[in-house]
Every structure is written in C-alpha cells, then in structure tokens.
Design a protein around this ligand. Structure first.
Ligand code: TYD
Length: 141
C-alpha cells in the first residue's frame, strides 16, 4: 500500500568473480522484474548538479551506479528517503508513480539505467505539485 510499502527496493545481482575480476549479468524478468526496452547512462556529471525531478506514469527502472557514487531521493507522495548508490553489484528499483531526484554524483560516476519502456515525454510528471495531486487521487484510502 502506498505510504506503507517499502520505498527503497534494491536488487542484489550475482557477481561472477574470479582472479580476473568481476562480471555481473542481468536478464529481463529474471534478475529484474520487467522487460528491458531501453538503457541509458549518465556520466560526466558536473559538480553540484542535481537531475531527475520527475516521476513516471508507467515506466519502471533499475538504477545501477556501475562506477563511482551518487545519491537518489525517492518520494512516493507519502514518504521520502535518500539512497546512496555506490555498488555495481546492486540495482535500485524505481516503480512508476515515484518521484526521484539524483545528486552528489562523484566525478567518476556512471549511472546505468534499465528501463521498461521506450522514451516518452508523455509518461513524465515534471511538476511536484501535479505529482502529489495525482498520488492523492490515485492512492487515497
Ligand atoms: P532529462 O529527462 O533531462 O534527464 P534527467 O531525468 O536525468 O534529469 O533528459 C536529458 C535529455 O535526454 C532530454 O533532452 C531528453 C533526452 N532523453 C532521451 O532522448 N532519451 C532518454 O531515454 C532519456 C532518459 C532522455
């Protein structure tokens, strides 16, 4: 239930490590809970930059900081939590209808995103007040 559900959902990936180093493989609907339709990555992020500031109506995502570190704020309209991502062996699951903000990127950070849908501007909610209104309408008890 919205507001009572766990906000921070992390997936631990199986690391195939040996004397040569590490390898992580991710398969859709096996290691993560959706079909992967799109991937993108954020890198070369400048100091003191914050990104995101939106929610998605349908899109589900897994965020993996494959190098360096960054912080993610998650907000489900009832609760707000900050998560540090600094482990290439784990992915942060962000479902639809979750507001997110990304900041404190280390200069070497590479944030890989696995997404359940193709890019669609219509899927974005970019105004926080609109987001809150939608949440209250959709998830009121
Ligand atoms: P933007 O939504 O501002 O990124 P963030 O959520 O990190 O703040 O996206 C930056 C630009 O990249 C914007 O012009 C839209 C474009 N873009 C795509 O073309 N495809 C994509 O899959 C994404 C995520 C963004």
């Amino acid at each position: 239930m919205r507001g009572k559900d766990k906000l921070v959902k992390k997936y631990k990936f199986l690391p195939h490590g040996d004397s040569r180093g590490m390898l992580v493989a991710i398969e859709e609907n096996k290691d993560i809970p959706f079909d992967i339709k799109r991937i993108y990555y954020i890198y070369n992020t400048k100091e003191n930059i914050a990104r995101g500031f939106h929610a998605h109506r349908c899109l589900k995502q897994i965020l993996i900081c494959v190098h360096g570190s960054c912080k993610i704020v998650l907000d489900d309209g009832f609760n707000r939590e900050t998560v540090v991502l600094n482990d290439p062996g784990e992915g942060l699951y962000i479902e639809n209808d979750i507001w997110r903000e990304m900041y404190d990127f280390s200069s070497d950070a590479v944030l890989l995103v696995l997404a359940s849908e193709l890019y669609s501007e219509a899927d974005y909610i970019r105004n926080y007040d609109d987001f809150k209104k939608m949440i209250l309408e959709k998830y009121h008890e």
